[in-house]
Design a protein around this ligand. Sequence first.
Ligand SMILES: Nc1ncnc2c1ncn2[C@@H]1O[C@H](COP(=O)(O)OP(=O)(O)OP(=O)(O)O)[C@@H](O)[C@H]1O
Ligand SMILES: [Mg+2]
Length: 233
Amino acid sequence: MSGETVLDLAGVTKVYGEQPPVPALQGVSLSVRRGELVAVVGPSGSGKSTLLHIMGTLERPSGGVVRIGGVDAAGLSDRELSRLRAREIGFVFQQFFLAEHATVRENVADGLLYAGVPAAERYRRADEALDRVGLAGRAGFRPTKLSGGERQRLAIARALVGRPAIVLADEPTGNLDSATGASIMRLIRELNAAGATIIMITHDAALADQLPRRIRVLDGRVVEDTSGTGEVR
Ligand SMILES: Nc1ncnc2c1ncn2[C@@H]1O[C@H](COP(=O)(O)OP(=O)(O)OP(=O)(O)O)[C@@H](O)[C@H]1O
Ligand SMILES: [Mg+2]
């Protein structure tokens, strides 16, 4: 049952800008196997979001290799990458990027636009995902009418609607009261139990300690990785 490698980074670097260049990642190597639930921790500015964006092929690395399901992302065009993302990866961003003029249901359904799913099926699946996160009663609302925790759950519903194999979540329990945060965590664990590979950034040390694997980032490097694989790279 030990899953195959779904995500593999080798010597990944990322430098932003030129004057001066900001080295956001300075040689990150790690692999994640199917079905893992991983916490990424580290201080503000250490490179966590950058790492997540590169894992999800939203950004290309400055150096090193990123493989998704064994495929070298560098060999894929932008169009092939967006197709890969639409099929395999769900994102929960630090900023939610919700379309405020669209309804809650439309925000979720639009997560399927690039997967080429017909409209009726998009809405059916959107309702299913909203039910999953306990927002069925808010489907016709605008996101501006939602509480912070409800917006967070909406962002998760949108990430889930494509039934992605990999969920990348940037602070999914950030800025939430502990009860709402706990309900989001229950949802994340359920998804994981149902087979999704989940990598989540969190500032909550107690929460990270409860997860099966913890990756600590400092100054663009992995300084701790509690994976039980015995793999040293
Ligand atoms: N688009 C960008 N252009 C220039 N510098 C950037 C860009 N994105 C991130 N950086 C820089 O790269 C470094 C890592 O940023 P990153 O967003 O990955 O940190 P983080 O660990 O997610 O922090 P936080 O916990 O505050 O969200 C920071 O110094 C940041 O200022
Ligand atoms: Mg961040």
